[in-house]
Write a protein that binds this ligand. Structure first.
Ligand code: VAH
Length: 314
């Protein structure tokens, strides 16, 4: 019997690539993509698609029953910068969509859940270099507070109700297939687009702002990897630290200049600088590597080559 999967938020930055990779792995007809609107043509036209409001319990429940869903990937959320502009809605969307899916699993209607957390759960009092799996967590953004709270609820539902929910603290993610999505780390996506289009980029962070980053291919590998791991190997049920590389805007600009010599970067830090300064510079992800065999493939050089190759064809 094939595993039937529902992706909520399938048209978002992670959802678009996750949908394609899951359809390759499980068969197109077994992966139901869904989002609040038909926001991505490829996702909507490449397999089963449903319009769903992640805040409507009954809509989600009826999709699960209609398609006999086994696993749910809940990818709908407001990211850090957008959430600061709309705190109440960000809290509502990020938290209540999670409660709906956790409660459907508690009711026995879903076998397994993936829920994305973020390095945004860490704050200005967290050790900045090689941030440990267990450490001080005082997030100073609405997004980070919602992710920290969500992690606590995931662990609670696992421990008290036996819900099989698995989670990863994504670093900043970089992808060629979906445009920047309101995240503080999304300068590292936009810079590639602007380098090709304009040969210049004005960065909204300062040149020495070092943050943990990851290519989307690696993020999708980790997402599917933790979901396919034997349950007993997933020892941490709040969320796993995950890392691949860390760099500053100055370093990524220098890597791009190797491909586009005339590329120039300037700096005009805005409100997002304070968000970035509250986050770690690098992450210790040894627990994920030990528990379920995580390893990354892309470094900055390999990612830059792949990004520019894909974007120049796009
Ligand atoms: C953001 N890309 O910038 C997201 C991410 C670590 C940051 O969660 O909001």
């Amino acid at each position: 019997m094939s595993t039937k999967i529902l992706i909520i938020g399938a048209c978002g930055q992670i959802g678009t690539e996750l949908t394609q990779k899951l359809r390759q792995a499980y068969g197109t007809e077994n992966v139901i993509a869904s989002d609040i609107r038909k926001l991505n043509t490829d996702v909507v036209t490449s397999g089963p698609f449903e319009v769903v409001n992640a805040l409507d319990y009954n809509q989600i429940e009826s999709l699960i029953e209609k398609h006999q869903i086994d696993e749910v990937y809940l990818m709908a959320a407001l990211l850090s910068a957008t959430a600061e502009k709309n705190p109440a809605f960000a809290w509502d969307l990020n938290m209540n969509s999670l409660f709906h899916v956790l409660n459907l699993a508690k009711a026995g209607k879903i076998k397994k859940i993936f829920w994305p957390s973020s390095i945004a759960v860490f704050g200005p009092t967290t050790p900045k270099e090689q941030t440990p799996q267990y450490t001080i967590m005082e997030p100073s953004t609405v997004y980070g507070i919602s992710k920290q709270s969500g992690e606590r609820w995931c662990e609670y539902y696992h421990n008290i109700y036996g819900v099989d929910v698995r989670s990863i603290r994504y670093p900043g993610l970089i992808s060629w297939s979906s445009p920047p999505g309101g995240g503080t780390t999304d300068y590292a996506v936009d810079i590639y687009y602007k380098a090709l289009e304009d040969k210049k980029y004005e960065c909204f962070l300062s040149e020495e702002t070092k943050m943990p980053m990851m290519y989307m291919d690696d993020a999708i590998k980790a997402t599917i990897g933790i979901m396919q791991a034997p349950s007993e190997n997933v020892k941490i049920r709040s969320s796993y630290n995950l890392a691949a590389m860390s760099f500053t805007p100055k370093v990524i600009a220098a890597e791009i200049k190797k491909h586009i010599p005339e590329f120039e970067i300037t700096y005009a830090p805005d409100f997002r600088q304070k968000i970035a300064d509250s986050w770690p510079a690098s992450i210790d992800d040894s627990a994920a590597r030990a528990d379920w065999g995580w390893s990354h493939e892309f470094d900055l050089e390999k990612m830059t080559t792949d990004m520019l190759n894909h974007l120049s064809k796009k």
